[in-house]
Design a protein around this ligand. Structure first.
Ligand code: PMP
Length: 364
């Protein structure tokens, strides 16, 4: 690869991705541990069979039926009415973020995120030629609102990322902070504010979706990878002013969302009730992980997501390795002294907690 004439900003960089290791307990990629229920698997079979009959044709380019179903789900889940014209869907929320940066970022433009946060925001920025700016967080991993407002005023980014609940810390962002950042972003440029709610369904707090009212430069992104237990499906979406949906049409590839994907997502949305039942179990398990990790003497960051950040370790990577040797794979996101564990089934979480107790006893 070194000999290839690749873009200068890609030279020497590594692709994103957690190790996919064959370990008994895998709690490293914030997946939902519950397989889809059998009735849903059957329904996917029916829907996909139906779609297969017309696979000689391109899929619905505008994914009208799917966007209507997503609008219905979001409206019911948050109590804030959104219409189909406010929804856009793509292959995972990563593709949504890529389309947003292709539309509102790009060469000569910049995006800011408050780190540590979801590292793909910066990587997708780089991939789209958008300059990346790193904004501040407090020691407790909340966004330092005055410092963030100052950073936006001084650096005048074109795109502002707010990840709530934040990956990898689990921290939810309050509405006042989002409002302050939005005002600062409008005064500075105006620029787009993207609220990444990939873990929104797991939060103790209500969605930030109602903030869309009267804010045409605000976007909320969501995914079916976590709460719907469908990471393998690759379906993410955004809600925003209809103008934003029109704007991303300028960069989306035609027919980007296959008929098979659309059919599968529609089937999953028919089973929202059952799937959100698993979310409730995971929220209880997440809260148990926080309590029990604290009981082992770990320092644990409050979590509104399906994962928990814990520490503090002198050498987080050595602890990651030691847990792996006990058959448990967690994530080292590079946050000094900290690791992240995804809430799994009760049995997986017990295995993880046993491993933590064993490992912390081993290290003097
Ligand atoms: N946003 C955040 C904060 C995430 O953690 C993830 C997945 N790790 C994504 C977006 C992307 O999810 P997907 O592309 O599977 O929808």
């Amino acid at each position: 690869m070194e000999a290839l004439p690749i873009r200068d900003e890609l030279r020497g960089k590594s692709p994103y991705g957690a190790p996919q290791l064959d370990v008994p307990v895998r709690l490293n990629t914030n997946e939902n541990p519950y397989p889809l229920p059998e009735e849903l698997v059957q329904r996917i079979g029916e829907r996909v069979t139906e779609a297969a009959r017309t696979l000689n044709r391109y899929p619905d380019r505008d994914a009208v039926e799917l966007r209507s179903a997503l609008a219905g789900y979001l409206s019911r889940a948050t109590g804030f009415d959104v219409g189909r014209e406010q929804i856009w869907a793509a292959n995972g929320s990563n593709e949504i973020i890529q389309q947003l940066l292709q539309t509102f970022g790009g060469p000569g433009r910049t995006a800011i995120g408050f780190e540590p946060s979801y590292s793909m925001h910066g990587l997708i920025a780089r991939g789209t030629g958008t300059g990346w700016l790193s904004g501040p967080r407090r020691a407790d991993f909340t966004i330092d609102t005055p410092a963030a407002v100052r950073a936006i005023g001084e650096r005048r980014p074109d795109v502002v990322f707010v990840c709530s609940p934040n990956n990898p810390t689990g921290t939810a962002v309050d509405r006042e902070t989002v409002l302050a950042l939005y005002e600062a972003a409008q005064a500075a440029k105006p620029s787009m504010v993207i609220v990444d709610e990939a873990y929104g369904e797991f939060s103790h707090r209500p969605s930030l979706l109602p903030l869309l009212e009267g804010r045409p430069n605000l976007v909320v992104t969501r995914t079916m990878s976590k709460a719907f237990g469908a990471a393998g499906l690759r379906l993410g979406y955004l809600a925003a002013d209809p103008g934003v949906v029109d704007a991303v049409q300028l960069v989306r590839l035609p027919y980007h969302l296959s008929a098979v994907t659309q059919a599968t997502a529609l089937a999953a949305l028919e089973h929202t009730g059952t799937l959100l039942g698993y979310v409730n179990r995971l929220k209880d398990e997440r809260d148990r992980l926080v309590r029990e990790l604290r009981a082992t003497g770990c320092e644990v960051t409050e979590s509104d997501a399906n994962f928990v950040q814990f520490g503090r370790f002198d050498d987080a990577h050595a602890t990651w390795q030691a847990l792996l040797e006990h058959g448990v794979l967690v994530r080292d996101n590079g946050v000094p002294g900290r690791l992240r564990v995804t809430a799994g089934t009760p049995e997986e979480n017990d295995a993880f907690l046993d491993a933590v107790r064993a490992v912390t006893k081993e290290t003097p």
